[in-house]
Structures are given as C-alpha cells and as structure tokens.
Design a binder for this molecule. Sequence first.
Ligand code: ATR
Length: 269
Amino acid sequence: MIDRYAVIGNPVAHSKSPQIHTLFAHESGQEMAYGRLLAPLDGFNETVERFRAEGGKGLNVTVPFKEEAYRLATSHSQRARAAEAVNTLRFDAGAVYGDNTDGEGLVRDIRDNLGVAIAGRRVLLLGAGGAARGVIGPLLAQHPKGLTVANRTVERARMLERHFGANVRASDYEALSGSQFDIVVNATSASLAGALPPLPGGVYAAGSLAYDMMYGAGLTPFLERARAEGAGLTADGLGMLVEQAAESFFVWRGIRPRTATALASLRAA
Ligand code: ATR
C-alpha cells in the first residue's frame, strides 16, 4: 500500500501543500500520496486518529490546530517544544512525533533563497501570536545582532521575551521610532483584515529586507508600504511555505527535496 500523508486544518481547501508535496515526491522519486483533511473545529484528535488507523504516515497541521497537535504528539523535537506548536506529525509504531518546521522554513528562505544573512543583523519581528512564536528559536539560532519582537499588545511580546531569554527584546510599536533594522518580518495576522501593523516611519535600514509571512497575488499591503518606506528587498511567505514543506518531507522520508522547481511553479501559478 502506498504511504499516505495529508494536510489537516479548518479551512483546508485553499492549502497549497498537496501541490507542493506532490511535486517533491515526483522530483525525489518517492512513491506517496498526499491529500487534504478537513477536521471539525471540535474534532481534531478524532480526525487524526482515524487517519492514523487507516494507515496514514504523517500530517502537516495548519490553522487552527498547531497547539492541539503539540498536545497530541507523544514526543517532540526541540524546536517544537520551543514553539509549543506542531506543524508536522509523523506516526511511528506506537508513538506520534511532533515537529515544527515553520521557523526553519523562514530561515532557509531568507538565507538560502534570498541570499540575506541573518547572522549579525538587526532583526525586527512583528506580532507575538503563534506564527511569531514558531519562528523565534530558529531565527535566534542564526545569531542575529538582536531580535526585537514588537506587538500591539506588548504584554504578549514580553511573554516571549521571558520564554526565549535575553536575546529577545520586547517592544510596542511606538517605541520602535528612531531604531533601524536590517530584516523586518511581518508575523501578524493584520493583513487578513486588510490592516497594517502600526510601524513608525524610518525603521528600514538602507538595503534592508521586508518579509511578509503572508502571500498572495502581487505585493501584500505590508510589502507595498515597506517599499515606500525604503526597504531594499521585499519577499512574501511563499518561499517559507515551500521550505517548511521540504523540511516536513525530510522528517517523513529522510530525503530533502530540492525546492526551486516547486517554488517556481507556485509563483507561475
Ligand atoms: P497567529 O497564530 O496567526 O500568530 P494569533 O495568535 O491570533 O494568530 O496572533 C495574531 C498576531 O497578529 C498578534 O500578534 C496580533 O496582535 P495582538 O496580540 O496585539 O492582538 C497581531 N495583529 C492582528 N491584527 C493586527 C493589527 N491590525 N495590527 C497589529 N497587529 C495585529
């Protein structure tokens, strides 16, 4: 029987993961099937267990189930523990392994695809929800010069500062005025409501990178604003999506697929 994987979420119809993993499987010569699994909001565990009982080998987990997936897993990678969220489940005999590949996906896209070093740079992360939390550990592992986490509700940023230690500095948006950064990452959900994080002017250093973890057709509003504010380079989250998928693929199959073809084909679509 062919090994089965899927992305589980609610909603899940829009997910590009089936397309990405099918390309990876094809490119790396792996025989596997990858589908979509819509779980009821109050039925995550049951949906996972059914998939597993039917022989499923692993799942990608998306909104809003990453914290529930963390609790469901019986063992965790260190990065999943730091994030307290899981986007990759692997079903082993008698155990469920939980990992979080989001942060590694972001780092690989910035560093390898965009060619922007994180080491020694001033990094600003906007937002303090699950999306932000999931990428802090891997960003810190690159040894930036500093990592500032700015959030509308500053107490949530302070919680992350306490959790990740002295290398993270919490801030509200106003207090960023007068500071400059080399890399600014938008991990807020503001774009979903057509809003912008209230970033003061002047934070983009010359040649800086503005990165939006969201993606869509054309520039996101955040990236449009960043360009007007003087960011030298802009990138949306499509590369992160493909890179986190490649890392999940590796967790399941022990093979790291090349990502360039999948990224180019998603861009073309
Ligand atoms: P996710 O898991 O996607 O991170 P979340 O935990 O609901 O979702 O977090 C959403 C993040 O986007 C939060 O940092 C939120 O700021 P608050 O903690 O102050 O709510 C941020 N956010 C959402 N809308 C925003 C807006 N219009 N301006 C600035 N930040 C916003």
